[in-house]
Design a protein around this ligand. Sequence first.
Ligand code: NAD
Length: 437
Amino acid sequence: MTTPQTTVDVSVVGLGRVGLPLALSFADRGLKVVGIDNDPVRLATVREGRMPFAETGTQELLDRVHGGGSSHENSGSLLELSERVADAAQARHIVITLGTPSFSHIEIDMRHIRSALDDLLGVLAPGHSLILRSTVAPGTTEFVAGYLAKHRGFQIGEDVYVAHAPERIAAGRFLQEIDTLPCIVGGVGAGSGEVVAELFGAFRAPIVQTTPVQAELAKIWTNILRYTNFALPNLLMMDCERYSANVFEVIDLINRDYPRGGIAQPGFTAGTCLRKDFAFSEERSAAPGMLLAVSRVNESVPLFLVEGIRRRLGTLANRKVAVLGLAFKADTDDERDSLAHKLIRLLERELSDVTVHDPHVATPTPSLEEAIDGTEVVVVATDHAAFREPRTLATIAARASADCLVVDPWNCWGAAQVFAYASELVALAGDPGLSGA
Ligand SMILES: NC(=O)c1ccc[n+]([C@@H]2O[C@H](COP(=O)([O-])OP(=O)(O)OC[C@H]3O[C@@H](n4cnc5c(N)ncnc54)[C@H](O)[C@@H]3O)[C@@H](O)[C@H]2O)c1
């Protein structure tokens, strides 16, 4: 096994929501890390010792490993920063954490990965390992290995190592799950798995070795399972509306004391991973359209809610509608691929006067009170913990218009109504703290 002449242990290419916490975590384990990103604003923020997004515990980690405000020239820092992908070759291990979107016609968009590979081609040397941490379509890791073999003549698995080690951590739980979630490693050729397993041995999580394509399939199907699991209660919610049934009561009937399985709760299901990872299977599916249908169900939820409001109130033109939540899921500041934005666009197409409140996101929004004042409709788009507190419902009951319609697919207050008037919700929620707010 060859070891290249390197000055750094590991480089992380793409300091996004996956890459930056990973780079910090490696540094926290004592590895010397170079973090690379082509976004100068992101690099400047990290150089100044500030996290560019919220991820539990990472600001403290950044303070610890980067010394807050130190630059990459600071030799005491375990984290160096660079905007040049080629600088990744300073490290023995190169971890790619770049975005892998899907084109709208259902095909993986590999442009970020291809661009990084081209930047690395000339600087890779025997002993380097290249690890795809990004979520990729089946076959991508073998493509990357083939690309390096074709253009540089490397024997993959013998002189350069290539593996897929997918990220399966949930937003907000990175630092906890990096040490607990089994780390899947799919290495190409004879030696890649071992080399990459050694790197991820820096964490306490068990390492499970497999083939590259099995690692790829395991990652995307982890997310397809979740995406499909959430589509079922969302479809059931729409069925229940058709039959004037209560979705929460039907879900309780399905799940109560039943030992086989269990259906999830309805809600907005999207975000950068779930909304596109299914496409990496769908693009070559043996059952074309099946996962597309799952996506269409989840993508229809905002429209279903808007149509439900129209059925109850008539036209939405010139009516004030307050949307609670912009983030794609509870208690994150990540708005990317959030269905709240789709909901707002649909409401605006109804000529509604939309106001929004979200206590977490970077986008400035009015206070809860301002958003709610005099509103005729409230839609809970994100089930942030703050919204689940009884005082949020109390604020709605006190400050919205007298017959305000509240749309809550999350059942935030236990009243078990997707569509209900605020007064009904207060009565149903039955919390004495709600009255007289
Ligand atoms: N966000 C999540 O919770 C999550 C979870 C699991 C897996 N994933 C997967 O991990 C990958 C990364 O996701 P993310 O959310 O961190 O993406 P992201 O968009 O937040 O981060 C990508 C980073 O790469 C940088 N970048 C883009 N092109 C570059 C280039 N050519 N050179 C250097 N830097 C470049 C961008 O500026 C950005 O900071 C994706 O494949 C995603 O599907 C994400």
